[in-house]
Write a protein that binds this ligand. Structure first.
Ligand code: ATP
Ligand code: LTN
Length: 326
């Protein structure tokens, strides 16, 4: 079985963009890959975090991932800081990383405006490379914004291998499809994002049915009144149709047929109901899990144990190669 690894930051509530763009794909790929999902708290602290919020967000994210279908029996779900091999390998990789390469990273340049030029932020991609290389994955599903980090990881793997002998596999990016890019409900020209200025930009997975209905009702629409998919001239309704399609399994042309002769209000009402119907079971499972912290922690401890087993194998080869006394 091939291996897949991905990471997700515990930095706030998940929205349907995260679900359709990332989580749903992980859940589907569990059937054909050995999946590792890391909740990357060590990455989260590269920008200031409120400690209580961080702890809450980490557990909430873990519970939501399981509620969305990440199956702890099939996949290895763990908290990054529970597996010390990540920071250990990151240190070794730091010693072969030119600072100039890190200073050129787009995400670093964006984030340092807010967080300052902190060493942790600069070294973020090195820790991400360690996250990945420890598990020798075949594929790493990432959004386009993470391609630069993945390319950096591959370069680092090659560099280490050529200097110390082959240890690491060079993983391939599994680019999330453009169709999976969900745009903001209040501005269909920008992607749906939890850091958008208004919460009306996104539907959080934990939004109440009333909130979901309200946000869909006030979502921006285009001029005209027909339900037609056309990203260029009708970006707003096209985005809502993409969401409808992803949650219903209907194709865009089936949706066009169904709503032929009907208006935005009808379509939006149905979309609201569809989202309520699909998110309610996730929320129910989430509530069950978050009522029982022990069960959730047991899942995460067991994930960390399995991850540690795999990661430590790679780490001990690395230690031997660089000349540490074992
Ligand atoms: P931010 O609010 O800081 O932009 P985010 O909401 O984009 O964060 P991330 O933590 O950057 O969320 O992303 C987690 C995962 O969700 C990534 O794999 C990313 O590609 C995916 N993702 C995020 N937003 C969307 C979106 N609008 N459509 C599809 N996938 C998305
Ligand atoms: N940087 C990524 C999160 C991340 C990750 C990883 C993704 C950390 N380590 C390893 C894939 C593989 C992000 O911000 N989306």
């Amino acid at each position: 079985m091939k291996t897949l690894l991905s990471g997700i930051q515990p930095s706030g509530t998940l929205h349907i963009g995260n679900y359709l763009g990332a989580i749903k794909q992980w859940v589907e790929l569990q059937k054909s890959y050995q999946v590792f999902i890391s909740i990357v708290d060590l990455h989260a602290i590269t920008v200031p975090q409120d400690p209580q919020e961080l702890r809450k967000n980490t557990l909430e994210l873990a519970a939501l991932l399981v509620a969305c279908g990440v199956d702890p029996k099939k996949s290895v779900l763990f908290i990054q800081s529970h597996v010390p091999a990540h920071t250990k390998l990151a240190w070794v990789l730091n010693t072969i990383t030119p600072v100039g390469e890190l200073e050129r990273m787009t995400q670093y340049k964006e984030k340092r405006e807010r967080a300052g030029t902190l060493a942790g932020l600069l070294n973020y991609p090195v820790l991400q490379a360690a996250d990945i290389l420890l598990y020798q994955p075949d594929v790493v599903p990432v959004g386009e914004d993470q391609l630069q980090h993945l390319e950096f990881t591959r370069t680092l793997a090659r560099k280490f291998n050529s200097r110390f002998g082959k240890v690491f596999k060079e993983p391939k990016a599994l680019i999330q499809k453009e169709a999976a890019r969900i745009m903001g409900l209040d501005d269909p020209t920008k992607k749906m994002s939890k850091s958008a200025p208004s919460p009306n930009n996104f539907i959080a997975l934990l939004d109440s049915p009333e909130e979901i209905r309200r946000k869909i009702k006030i979502a921006v629409t285009d001029s005209g009144r027909d339900i037609r998919y056309d990203e260029k001239s009708k970006p707003a309704i096209s985005n809502l149709m993409a969401i409808y399609s992803a949650f219903s399994g209907m194709t865009v042309s089936q949706i066009e047929k169904k709503y032929h002769g009907k208006g935005y209000a009808d379509f939006k009402r149905d979309l609201g109901e569809l989202l309520v119907e699909k998110l309610t079971p996730i929320q129910k499972k989430y509530r069950e899990l978050s009522r029982d912290d022990k069960k959730l922690l047991a899942i995460l401890r067991s994930g960390a144990k399995k991850a540690t087993g795999v990661a430590n194998k790679t780490l001990s080869v690395v230690k031997r190669k660089v000349g540490f006394v074992l």
